[in-house]
Design a protein around this ligand. Structure first.
Ligand code: MV4
Length: 645
């Protein structure tokens, strides 16, 4: 086994690989860009090498610099993670030339699967089911038209060099064919520099079902069952689960065997994924093979009790696969949600900024390959910590939230619960969207296909709702509790209530949709809110006058309209503090000559049945107090003389 590996990636996958390496006693070398000097993946590795500026092209995609870093640190192998150089055959070759093990498939297998049409021809020979269609070399327009006519409409044209949904055209009937072909070829040449296309029968309401395969250098090749990744938007996976709902054992075996045949056909070694497109009736067809470990691999790990990164390292070191096919069984159900710094209400625009607060669900930490009785119920794979930035340079993923349940129903419930516990402040996130998605009728009843999100647009993107009374109450409680906690004055300790008097204080909050008033009455029975909502439950995080209320899985951002904000500030330097409106002094909390800290409550006024606290604008000394309790004061009257320290 290797004693030191270099991880040629960043973010959660770099951290994920490092966790397994650490557990196996393998040293890790991180590489990082200038933007990532303080990143988590650098912190969790044993060594780190700076490889260039923030732009991936100048850092994480620089194979030469990464290989030099591996040589300089004495690493024996390079794990590419996913993305970046993970499916780059030239990089795999360059590693081999430098005497380094590329922890991934042979370059020849990557090349064989790189061209979609060439791969399909290979698959045809290997008897892997293909969507009826033409994926040959002939590109003559009339020839392709005849092919499309005999396939039967609707037909899908796809760029042969494409993938990920780019360069596809649906052709509804024969008369549309010519224009669609020309348009598809134009996009193919501009996107991929190659205008070769293939034509296929277009499947309506397909599901994306993929098979995890693993092969070693000794000729063993097995499948670790399937993942259903049908819930996507614009070819970006949103939710992934294993096993696929409704999969009969015989079809699972047939798909698994087809995937193994696909891998064997290209001499595959290591972790790979064979993607199938499936009709609602279960008939399935090969789409493409991803020659890397995938983002969604944790759901497979959870249901099979394996550590796929450990398997990758063992296979790359020449060891046999840790398990044989017959030793693998499916245990329960796992679902992964990709938590992104993005704004679903604004077309999923990435949200750039600092993760000022990150609260995560209670997670039973994942025992990588541990001999535990049951898988962890909740696993979080993340490459960012509170205080870290989501930059415009890389994928704005915050974390992968993966849950396990004894069955799908339990996994779903745990997912909803875990999402409800997630707290993110500083960036927009897709948490609320994910929660609507997993709780929605379509996903919970496993009515899956690749159009699920679009079809359920109205329920997934509801009109903005005003904050509920419970959120308002929680914000008000937090505000009043903080005032009380920050004051050492007896009036505050007495919960705002003074003998034989009832006070009502009005508080005003606003969010981007509306403004909200709540009043709190202090009386002999304690504190009563006008909302009538005395038992709202949730967490509140305060940032200045903004209260982030996390309640029932939602995040409300309520900003307190502080009538005293800035009072006295303009006249602060050795100046006076004035009454914000006409009223009565109800408490004097400071004495002449007293030194006070910034924010200390000095005088409380009552006006229009509301209390107003006049606080020290700076650290300083009270020069004089100009009114006594019970005095009426006019609007703008100086209440005390204050000298800033
Ligand atoms: C299809 C298809 C329907 N019929 N092929 C999209 C990405 C590329 N990997 C294959 N894709 C599709 N191929 C035929 N013959 C529908 C899709 C498709 C899709 C596939 C998998 C996951 C999400 C998708 C979203 C839209 C379309």
């Amino acid at each position: 086994m290797f004693t030191k590996i270099l991880i040629a990636n960043r973010g959660e996958i770099a951290c994920r690989v490092a966790a397994t390496a650490r557990r196996m006693g393998i040293q890790t070398v991180a590489v990082y860009s200038e933007a990532d000097a303080n990143a988590k993946h650098v912190a969790v590795c044993d060594e780190a090498v700076l490889i260039g500026p923030a732009a991936a092209k100048e850092s994480y995609l620089r194979g030469d610099k990464i290989i030099a870093a591996a040589k300089a640190t004495g690493a024996q192998a390079i794990h590419p993670g996913y993305g970046f150089l993970s499916e780059n055959a030239e990089f795999a070759d360059a590693c081999a030339e430098a005497g380094l093990v590329f922890i991934g498939p042979p370059a020849s297998a990557m090349r064989a699967m790189g061209s979609k049409s060439a791969a399909k021809q290979l698959m045809e020979k290997a008897k892997v089911p293909l969507v009826p269609g033409y994926h040959g070399e002939q590109q003559d327009a009339d020839f392709l038209h005849t092919q499309a006519d005999s396939i039967g409409y609707p037909v899908l044209l796809k760029a042969s060099a494409g993938g990920g949904g780019k360069g596809m055209r649906v052709v509804e009937n024969s008369t549309q064919f010519k224009d669609a072909l020309a348009s598809c070829k134009r996009e193919a040449i501009s996107s991929f520099g190659d205008d070769k296309v293939l034509a296929e029968k277009y499947l309506q309401r397909p599901r994306h079902i993929e098979i995890q395969v693993f092969a070693d250098t000794l000729g063993n090749c097995i499948y670790l069952f399937e993942r259903d990744c049908s819930v996507q938007r614009r070819h970006q996976k949103v939710l992934e689960e294993a096993p696929a709902p409704g999969m009969p054992a015989e079809r699972r075996a047939a798909m698994g065997e087809a995937a193994v045949a696909a891998a064997r056909a290209v001499g595959y070694v290591g972790a790979g994924t064979v993607e199938f497109i499936a009709n609602q009736d279960g008939t399935f067809y090969f789409m493409e093979m991803n020659t890397r470990l995938q983002v969604e691999h944790p759901v497979t790990e959870m249901i099979t009790g394996t550590d796929l990164v450990e398997w990758q390292l063992r296979v790359a070191a020449g060891e046999p696969l840790p398990k044989q096919q017959h030793e693998l069984v499916i245990n329960g159900h796992a679902i992964e949600a990709r938590i992104y710094a993005e704004n679903p209400e604004k077309g999923f625009l990435p949200s750039i900024g600092t993760l000022r607060h990150l609260g995560t669900p209670e997670s039973v930490s994942f025992e990588l390959g541990g001999v535990t009785a049951a898988p962890a119920a909740v696993r979080i794979d993340s490459g960012v910590r509170e205080g870290d930035a989501i930059s415009p340079f890389y994928d704005p993923m915050i974390a992968k939230l993966i849950v396990w349940g004894a069955d799908r129903k339990q996994a779903l419930a745990r997912m909803a619960q875990a999402l409800a516990q997630y707290q993110i402040v500083g960036l927009a996130s897709n948490i609320a969207f994910l929660k609507r998605l997993v709780e929605g009728q379509a996903f919970s009843s496993a009515d899956l296909d690749t159009g699920l999100i679009e079809r359920n647009h109205d329920t997934l993107f509801p009109a903005a709702q005003p904050a509920p009374d419970s959120a308002l109450t929680l914000a008000a409680e937090a505000l009043l509790d903080a005032e009380q906690a920050h004051s050492t004055e007896p009036w505050a300790q007495a919960n705002g209530w003074r003998m034989n008097q009832t006070y009502t204080r009005k508080l005003s909050f606003a969010d981007e949709h509306a403004s909200y008033d709540i009043s709190v009455t202090y009386g002999p029975d304690g504190r009563q809110f006008s909302t009538g909502d005395q038992a709202a439950r949730g967490a509140v995080l305060r940032e200045g006058d903004t209260f982030h209320v996390f309640s029932n899985g939602a995040h409300y951002q309520l900003t307190w309209n502080d009538p005293m904000a800035h009072a006295g500030e303009t006249e602060a330097e050795g100046g006076r503090l004035t009454a914000p409106m006409p009223g009565k002094v109800v408490a004097v909390l400071a004495a002449k000559g007293q030194e006070v800290k910034k924010g200390t409550a000095l005088v409380i006024m009552e006006a229009m049945k509301m209390e107003h606290t006049i606080a020290a604008p700076h650290d300083g000394v009270i020069d004089d107090i100009l009114y006594n309790v019970g005095d009426q004061v006019a609007d703008g009257a100086p209440l005390l003389a204050f000298k800033a320290a």
